[in-house]
Ligand binder design. Structure first.
Ligand code: ADP
Ligand code: MG
Length: 219
């Protein structure tokens, strides 16, 4: 059985001083580590919130989320430790160079060979000659390649990408997207991508539309 995330009849809302924002109710979905899943939908539909809930970063207001890794049921903390994240704004550490950014998650986990593994990933994403560049010395596409490598470097079971190509031009988007899908298929990690781009969504094994609190297959 593959590693899975099962969202069972979850609901979520935010209360503000003036109103309650209902995101979804009775929403169910299974994410499998042996496939890639894309979620599209209008701005404000709750895509980022859904991603946070699926990754165990946030608890839904109602319903249950079950994480299964290696055949065993695990808690949100363990799920997080087995997840990698890619954001629209890259979020690299500005004071670290490219290889330092890649080595960081490994060093935090106590890997002794952090820099060797980081160097292999740097080469894999085509930036071997940018090892000593800091983020501000890299293009947006290069920064996002580093961010993709950083998400995969610890060999997580699932990667969550929230509008990963939202800050890139069309050509760069396509190459970064291709890289993400290649890495996911090669490492056997599950990939959940939230995106505004329908062409990008259609590259995934499965694509779903989140709108009006419901998840539906993309036509
Ligand atoms: N922490 C929060 N407090 C209050 N409202 C929030 C919070 N986070 C998100 N929202 C609101 O919930 C809705 C869904 O947000 P989000 O999940 O970011 O949607 P999307 O990623 O699809 O644009 C939006 O209307 C947003 O303003
Ligand atoms: Mg969002």
């Amino acid at each position: 059985m593959p590693d899975t995330i099962e969202l069972r009849s979850i609901s979520h809302h935010f209360d503000t001083a003036r109103e309650r924002i209902e995101l979804f109710r009775g929403l169910s979905c299974t994410v499998r580590a042996d496939e890639t899943l894309a979620i599209i939908g209008p701005s404000g539909a709750g895509k980022s919130s859904l991603l946070s809930i699926a990754a165990g970063l946030e608890k839904p207001a109602g319903g249950t989320v079950c994480f299964t890794i290696g055949g065993a049921s695990v808690d949100a903390l363990t799920m997080r430790a087995n997840s990698g994240f890619i954001f629209q704004q890259f979020h690299l550490m500005p004071e670290l160079d490219a290889i330092g950014n890649l080595a960081l998650p490994l060093r935090l986990k106590g890997h002794r060979d952090a820099f060797d593994v980081a160097a292999r990933w740097l080469e894999k994403v085509g930036l071997k000659d940018r090892a000593r560049h800091r983020p501000h010395q890299l293009s947006g596409g290069e920064q996002q390649r580093i961010a993709v490598a950083r998400a995969f470097v610890t060999a997580p079971r699932f990667i969550f990408a929230d509008e990963p190509t939202g800050n890139l031009d069309m050509h760069t988007s396509e190459s970064v997207a291709g890289l993400m899908f290649d890495c996911a298929r090669e490492t056997g990690s599950g990939l959940v991508i939230v995106t505004h781009s329908k062409p990008l969504a259609l590259r995934a094994d499965k694509s779903l539309l989140l709108a009006n609190g419901r998840l539906e297959p993309v036509a």
